[in-house]
Design a protein around this ligand. Sequence first.
Ligand code: 3PG
Length: 305
Amino acid sequence: MKVLIATDKPFAKVAVDGIRKEIEAAGFELALLEKYTEKQQLLDAVADANAIIIRSDIIDADVIGAAKQLKIVVRAGAGYDNVDLEAATAAGVCVMNTPGQNANAVAELVFGLLVYAIRNFYNGSSGTELKGKKLGIHAYGNVGRNVARIAKGFGMEVLAYDMFCRDEDIKLEGVDPTCSVKMLYQSCDIISVNIPATKETKKSINAELLSLLPKGAVLVNTARKEVINEAEMVEYMESHPDFKYVTDILPDNHAEMMEKFASRYFATPKKMGAQTSEANINAGIAAAKQIVDFLKTGNEQYKVN
Ligand code: 3PG
């Protein structure tokens, strides 16, 4: 059996070594395609792969079609919006993710971005502090929970909205659930966006929602660019010179955002949330173990299609 790691943004070497150990201990072979620049390189590499480990790499119908021996794709991470689930299902390919494995890394970056934003991007002027501010967590999943834990250490008041999470469960963790997403945006100084990109959430952070924020609010996005209505974000920022937007996902209109709002907008050049050795090891080795288990015993835990 051949397992391919196909990562445009490579894992730390220590994680690749760990994955190799798992795969070879199972008697399988490991192939590596990193930092590829052309889709054709991916199409060639998947041709004889039985399993693929990916990150945000695009697995579309062409890739599935080119991978004639493919049985399983594991997205080493949380979001699997980069995989064409219909094409995979039609080809009998199992798709999994590794939920929670990189959540702490993403949550820590939320605070890296926030401190940078509220200290005015370290420009020497007087900024503000997180202590005592209200933080709204938009979706209380694995990342949201870690954001809440860290926020308490900063002395923040933590609120959360999640349509799939019971209020009692949120309350148990010392977080205030809000009854609607609108209420969350109305009530918080800072919003951490942690929603997945789905048909329902795409462009859902729009002018209507942003207009509910109080003066001087900050929005930090470590989720997906697709959940932001970029045109309406520009309009909102134009009419609200006190608002700041920091994101770990380069928006399509990054050049325009930089030109218009350089003093209160920041985007990492490449998604950095899960880019730590620890997260790479956790997610990469979980992916390898899930593949071995699936190929040897048929275990389909974490299947998403
Ligand atoms: C995820 O969905 O797990 C995160 O967005 C991390 O993505 P990455 O593996 O491409 O860094």
